[in-house]
Design a protein around this ligand. Structure first.
Ligand code: ATP
Length: 376
């Protein structure tokens, strides 16, 4: 087990004038499960590959257990990678695939056998040890790839979208297996995904990257409740937050025809124009006669059984005004074209600076450093 510290780590590719990984500073605790998330091309894989030693570092440092990894070869870093593509050897059995790295490292036969047996037990692969990858399902292959990393008993696991080849149902069950396994083994893990649901459900903390730059590192709850800017607010949460420009006068924001009072601290920091953010659950249905309600024309209804999402366009707004997403706890009889009146809980409104996109609610000096103890 080990701590990992990215200290202003930077990677530049010749083809681009902007760094792919831009001065990333990230402190990962011993035993922590840290998820790197962000849109395609934001630098997640490159960050992970730098840690594994598969990509050089053009600036800054990466420390494992306090030791600078500069010049340390990938095989000497004690980091095990799990890739999206599994990268299993097709002509070897599951057991041989798992044992391969140990054979190369000249680990004794008895020790290798014991470690493979233990990993197979943890991953419920015992019945599959003699099968070759070609006759296994995607989920089984993925578990063999995990097993191959586990048997090495590394200091750090690096996982790059290991679930993206699995179907939706298997992804859900496998993600809880991986999270449970990581908890039991207590091995520091850096996990890359572009899927914010995966990030939110698996990570002790989640690091959001944009264009190579770290935006926010926080617990899933804090990322959701206190996004530091409009990018994080939009990226985290599904369906996405509704962002609307609003004019502020005397501490009250005008959102379409709604008057949303801002708390004093936020109002003090607000310029004339702000961006207000409302998560789907911040809205509730209102009486059509209620003065302070927003009328929406329903454009889409998603009924998920236990809840529904209604997407509506404000009636009196410009045609290109942002659609408002409303979560209803029950099934709804609303259909496309209906008129619905909603009202936001004022306390749940997020407020961002219209120019910088930064949250006006973010507390000064908030820490995003690694937890003192092992994650939850
Ligand atoms: P994805 O989710 O699509 O895998 P990512 O967030 O993992 O994306 P990276 O693969 O780290 O992103 O790429 C970050 C940036 O660096 C991208 O703009 C990419 O085009 C660029 N890049 C990555 N590898 C190379 C390379 N070998 N040569 C040149 N540019 C590269």
């Amino acid at each position: 087990m080990a701590t990992v510290y990215f200290d202003e780590a930077t990677r530049r590719f010749a083809a681009s004038d902007r760094p792919a990984v831009d001065h990333v500073t990230l402190d990962i605790a011993d035993g922590e499960f840290l998820v790197l998330v962000g849109p395609s091309g934001c630098g997640k894989s490159t960050t992970l590959r730098m840690l594994a030693g598969l990509e050089p570092i053009d600036g800054g440092r990466i420390l494992i257990d306090g030791h600078d990894q500069k010049g340390v070869r990938p095989r000497d870093r004690d980091v095990a990678m799990v890739f999206q593509s599994y990268a299993l050897y097709p002509n070897m059995t599951a057991a041989q695939n798992m044992a391969f790295a140990l054979d190369n490292a000249k680990v004794g036969k008895a020790e290798t056998r014991a470690r493979v047996a233990e990993a197979a037990k943890i991953l419920q692969l015992e019945d599959l040890l003699d099968r070759k990858p070609g006759s296994m399902s995607g989920g089984q292959r993925q578990r063999v790839a995990m097993g191959r990393a586990i048997v090495r008993q590394p200091k750090v696991f690096c996982m790059d979208e290991p679930l993206s080849n699995l179907d939706a149902k298997l992804r859900v069950s496998t993600r809880s297996q991986i999270a449970g396994l990581q908890r039991r083994l207590g091995i520091t893990t850096v996990y890359v995904t572009h899927d914010q649901v995966e990030a939110m459900t698996m990570g002790h903390r989640v690091a959001v990257l944009r264009d190579g730059a770290l935006q926010q590192v926080d617990t899933p709850e804090r990322l959701y409740d206190e996004p530091i800017n409009t990018f994080v607010a939009s990226f985290i949460g599904s369906p996405a937050i509704t962002l609307v420009e609003a004019t502020v006068r005397e501490g009250v924001a005008a959102v379409h025809n709604l008057q949303v009072p801002l708390d004093r601290g936020v109002a003090g920091r607000a310029r004339e124009t702000v961006v207000m953010g409302f998560r789907p659950e911040a809205w509730h249905l209102a009486d059509s006669s209620a003065a302070d309600s927003l009328a929406l024309t329903v454009e889409l209804v998603e009924s998920l059984g236990s809840e529904s999402f209604v997407y509506g366009r404000p009636v009196d707004a410009e045609p290109n005004a942002e659609r408002v997403t409303v979560r209803l706890e029950k099934r709804t009889h609303l259909t496309v074209g209906d008129l619905v009146h909603v009202r936001p809980n004022h306390a749940d409104a997020h407020v961002f600076d219209a120019q910088t996109g930064e949250s006006l609610r973010a507390r000064a000096g908030r820490s995003s450093s690694a937890p003192q103890q092992e994650g939850p």
